[in-house]
Write a protein that binds this ligand. Sequence first.
Ligand code: 3NM
Length: 202
Amino acid sequence: MLPRLYAILDTSCFQDNQALFWTAEQFSAAGVTLLQCRNKSGNAREMLEQARELKRRLGDSVKLIMNDRADLCLAAGFDGVHVGQEDLSPEGARKVIGEHLWLGVSTHIPEQIKEADKTSADYIAIGPVFATVSKANPDPVVGLEGVRNARTLTRKPLVAIGGINRANCRLVIEAGADSVAVISDLMREPRKSAEDFFRILG
Ligand code: 3NM
């Protein structure tokens, strides 16, 4: 079962690692139990150091998911990896991480959802639900209708992502998502915002 809130720490939102670690700890204090580390700019060595430190600080209370990189997921002792349409295929990533770790797959159109549904992915992400400023070259928005449709195409746990905030998150869950993945709306006052999400999503 996925928690209602899937927090994403995007390195580009932080001035330095200390700010990123502080935010991760604020999430944890708010009750976040699923956290993705998204680093689109660092080199592999920096990414691994950052990931290991996150793991050291958060311990086992938070499931840690590495974006894109199955190799770094293993090296950092993370709990899973999340792959996009241009990363390792789900089965390729599965080969690297083994049977037990979590595997998430990003999808943007019905065809991709159907494909991902046939894989060993543990959850499927659909997005962007709304316009987002956090992703370079985002796919076209799918709206709440896209979430409703995704729900009909898979029985796997469904994560909605893209432009989700405290004002619209309930609608996203009501449209059939099990969980909302969020970057921007958690950045200011991370502990309070995460607590707000939990309150709103019950
Ligand atoms: N993936 P925010 S949208 C990382 O559509 C990411 O797959 C997306 O950030 C997808 O909560 C997105 O700030 C950005 O909109 C999510």
